[in-house]
Design a protein around this ligand. Structure first.
Ligand SMILES: O=P(O)(O)OC[C@H]1O[C@H](OP(=O)(O)OP(=O)(O)O)[C@H](O)[C@@H]1O
Ligand SMILES: O=c1cc[nH]c(=O)[nH]1
Ligand SMILES: [Mg+2]
Length: 209
């Protein structure tokens, strides 16, 4: 069964509070989402394999560590997932980025896929699916199924805020996928929004409401 990790680093929790506040405007919201994404990436990449190499410092020869070349792929779910990409790329600039376009039908709450473009070698990469919100879990579930259908073998899911309902869907459908959250919230409301949540992540990032 997949694990669920709530990343309780004080900086992540502090910034998340400001992301949640309704008076936080678009500019600040976007900056904070990027910052929290970077901090989460720092925690998620804790187990990346290292190898020893020998280098010359200006003083002497040293045996030191370097990343062992594990290939990483970021897969934001459009639109809102895009808001987390740049922060992560600052830490992992060599990561390739695939895109999955999905929107949630406001009536049925079912995801509708409208775009997909992935690195050609996804089967060799550790993929991190990125979306600020894991609500019913429909969007993340569909995105992960799409990736697996195209050959992905190693997938983590990274969201700012998750609802228990969405977490259960991913655990059941994708027991091989670990979930990383900044917060596990209480519930979904009757419109499928996370409570207490942060509202509509895409609209708040891009000022479309
Ligand atoms: O877990 P779910 O119930 O599927 O809900 C979560 C999805 O809803 C939001 O996207 P939205 O449909 O608003 O699209 P957008 O990012 O383009 O605004 C969010 O960014 C997730 O992708
Ligand atoms: O609370 C929610 C649920 C789905 N999508 C959002 O952007 N916010
Ligand atoms: Mg939206």
């Amino acid at each position: 069964m997949g694990n669920v990790f709530v990343l309780d680093h004080p900086l992540i929790q502090h910034k998340l509070t400001y992301i949640r506040k309704k008076e936080t405007g678009t500019k600040e919201f976007r900056e904070l989402v990027d910052e929290v994404a970077a901090l989460m990436a720092f925690e998620i990449t804790r187990d990346l394999p290292l190898e020893e190499i020998t280098i010359e410092t200006p003083v002497t020869t040293a045996t030191t560590k370097t990343l062992s070349g594990k290939k990483i792929g970021l897969v934001p779910i459009l639109r809102a997932g895009l808001g987390m990409v740049d922060g992560i790329l600052q830490l992992i600039p060599a990561a390739r980025v695939g895109h999955v376009g999905l929107y949630r039908d406001p009536e049925t709450l079912k995801p509708v896929e409208y775009y997909i473009k992935l690195p050609s070698d996804i089967e060799e990469r550790d993929l991190i699916v990125i979306d600020p919100m894991l609500a019913t879990g429909g969007s993340a579930n569909d995105a992960i199924h799409s990736l697996k259908k195209r050959g992905a073998t190693s997938i983590k899911l990274m969201c700012l805020v998750g609802a228990p309902e969405g977490v259960e869907v991913i655990k059941k459908e994708h027991p091989d996928v670990d979930i990383y959250l900044a917060a596990l919230d209480e519930k979904l409301n009757e419109k499928g929004y996370i409570e207490p949540g942060l509202g509509d992540a895409g609209d708040r990032l891009y000022g479309t409401k």
